[in-house]
Ligand binder design. Structure first.
Ligand SMILES: Nc1ncnc2c1ncn2[C@@H]1O[C@H](COP(=O)(O)OP(=O)(O)O)[C@@H](O)[C@H]1O
Ligand SMILES: [Mg+2]
Length: 291
C-alpha cells in the first residue's frame, strides 16, 4: 500500500456510524411503569383508569441515538443505570431489533430494523462482543471457547483455528489455561477468555458491556489491563463502563446517555474537563462522591 493510502486507512476512517436509533419495549415489561398517584378520590381514580386503558402498549427506551466511531477510537459509553446503554449495544449487535435507525460498518449500511439474517451474520463476522457475564460455553475448554466461532462460523480449518486460539490466549495471558473449563477459571480469567474469543476473528470493532461489573474488585485490574493493551494497539472499541478512572485513562471519546438520549457525544477531554452541561457535571460529581 502506498504511504498516503496507509495513513488514510489508519487515520480518519469512519469505522462505525449509528443514525437515529429508536428502541421500545412493551410497556408492561419496562422497569418504570407509569406510577399511579395514591388517591382515594373516586373521580380521579376513574380518570386514572381511563388513562391507563389508553396508555401506549410500548414505551420508548432509546429516543434516537446517533454517533460515529473512527478507526482506533475508544468510545466510553457512560451514564446512570437504566439510561439504555445495554439496550443500545444489544441493538447494535442485533440481539434486539430496533424500530428505527441504521448502523454503518466500514461503509456497509444496515437497517437496525430490517437487516436480513445473512446481513447480520456478515456484520457479526466483523464485530466482537464482550458481555458482562462472559457468556462462555461451560462444556468447552478455554481454547475450544475461542476456536468454536472460527471453526463453525468462519470455516477455518481446526489446526489453523487452534494456532490463532493459542495466539490470542497468550495475548490475554492465559496460554497455560487452554485446557481449563470455565468452572475451573476465576471470573477475571473467564472474562479474559471472552476477550480472546472476541479478538480471535480480528474484528473491526469490539463492543464491551460493563466487562468488569460482575468481577470481584481484586480481579478487575487484570481485565482492564488487557483492554488497555488492546486500546494501545489501536483496536476500535465501544466500552460501556462504570470504571470512570479507567474511562478517563483510555477513552478518546465519550457518549453520555441519560433517559435514552445522548446528552454528550465528543472528545473525552471535553467531557471530563470542560463540559458545562449540568447533567454531566452532576453525574461526575456523583461518581466522585462514590470513590
Ligand atoms: N428486555 C427488556 N424488556 C423490557 N424493558 C427492558 C428490557 N431491557 C431493558 N429494559 C428497560 O430499558 C431501560 C434501559 O435499560 P438498560 O439498557 O439495561 O440500561 P443500562 O444498561 O444503561 O443500565 C430500563 O428501564 C430497563 O428496565
Ligand atoms: Mg447495562
Amino acid at each position: 500500500m502506498p504511504d498516503k493510502e496507509m495513513t488514510k486507512a489508519i487515520g480518519n476512517e469512519t469505522m462505525l456510524q449509528v443514525l437515529d436509533l429508536h428502541k421500545s419495549f412493551p410497556a408492561a415489561l419496562t422497569a418504570a411503569p407509569a406510577k399511579a398517584p395514591e388517591s382515594k378520590d373516586s373521580a380521579s381514580r376513574s380518570s386514572l383508569f381511563a388513562r391507563q386503558k389508553k396508555a401506549p402498549a410500548v414505551s420508548e427506551i432509546l429516543h434516537g441515538i446517533s454517533f460515529e466511531v473512527k478507526q482506533g477510537d475508544v468510545l466510553a459509553v457512560l451514564g446512570p443505570s437504566g439510561s439504555g446503554k445495554t439496550t443500545m449495544l444489544r441493538c447494535l449487535n442485533f440481539l434486539e431489533r430496533a424500530e428505527k435507525g441504521s448502523v454503518t460498518l466500514r461503509g456497509q449500511e444496515l437497517s437496525l430494523k430490517r437487516a436480513s439474517k445473512a446481513q447480520i451474520a456478515e456484520y457479526r463476522m466483523h464485530t466482537g462482543f464482550v458481555f458482562q457475564n462472559y457468556n462462555l460455553f461451560s462444556n468447552k475448554t478455554a481454547l475450544q471457547n475461542v476456536t468454536e466461532g472460527l471453526i463453525i462460523a468462519r470455516k477455518i480449518p481446526k489446526e489453523e483455528a487452534e494456532r490463532k486460539g493459542l495466539e490470542v490466549l497468550q495475548k490475554v495471558g492465559l496460554s497455560d489455561k487452554r485446557d481449563f473449563y470455565p468452572s475451573q477459571l476465576s471470573g477475571g480469567q473467564q472474562q479474559r477468555v471472552a476477550i480472546a474469543r472476541a479478538i480471535a476473528s480480528d474484528p473491526d470493532i469490539i463492543f464491551f458491556d460493563e466487562p468488569t461489573s460482575a468481577l470481584d474488585p481484586e480481579l478487575i485490574g487484570e481485565v482492564l489491563s488487557v483492554i488497555r493493551q488492546l486500546a494501545k494497539e489501536g483496536m476500535t472499541m465501544i466500552i460501556v463502563t462504570h470504571e470512570i478512572h479507567f474511562a478517563r485513562e483510555v477513552a478518546s471519546h465519550v457518549l453520555f446517555m441519560e433517559d435514552g438520549q445522548a446528552l454528550f457525544n465528543g472528545p473525552a477531554a471535553d467531557f471530563f474537563e470542560t463540559s458545562d452541561n449540568a447533567r454531566v457535571q452532576s453525574f461526575l460529581r456523583s461518581l466522585n462522591a462514590e470513590s
